[in-house]
Ligand binder design. Structure first.
Ligand code: HEC
Length: 99
């Protein structure tokens, strides 16, 4: 867990130019460690993202970053993201088939 977060931070620091709409955002690889490659989480502590409402996903990421929705890991993840990346990630996961 700690290693994946550290790796995520390292990668997010390297990547992260604006992602074209509809494309698979680079940072998805980092989310996959917890939320699954297909947006279906394997861990009962982690929510599925696939097929979730796009606006909801975007708002949750903003809330994690602002601290309005408190959560240690997602706070760390969301701090590395621009609004554009959050929007791209929300669109990406919303388009995946739900379980
Ligand atoms: C280290 C594990 C981990 C990583 C990596 C991670 N998440 Fe999360 N994420 C979680 C957990 C755990 C929750 C549930 C938070 C809670 O209980 O409030 C969550 C919640 C969320 C939610 C809210 C879902 C809902 O149904 O309310 C979104 C959106 C989200 N994550 C997006 C992402 C994105 C996008 C990435 C990649 C940039 C990412 N997460 C990376 C663990 C992780």
């Amino acid at each position: 867990m700690i290693r994946s977060v550290a790796g995520a931070l390292a990668l997010l620091a390297l990547c992260c130019m604006a992602v074209p709409a509809g494309a698979r955002p680079v940072s998805v690889g980092e989310c996959a460690a917890c939320h699954g490659e297909d947006g279906i989480a394997r861990d009962v502590e982690v929510p599925h993202l696939a097929g979730q409402n796009e606006r909801y996903l975007y708002n949750q990421m903003l809330a994690f970053r602002s601290g309005k929705r408190p959560h240690k890991e997602m706070r760390v993840m969301s701090r590395q993201m621009t609004n554009e990346e959050m929007a791209a990630l929300a669109a990406y996961y919303a388009a995946l088939p739900p379980r």
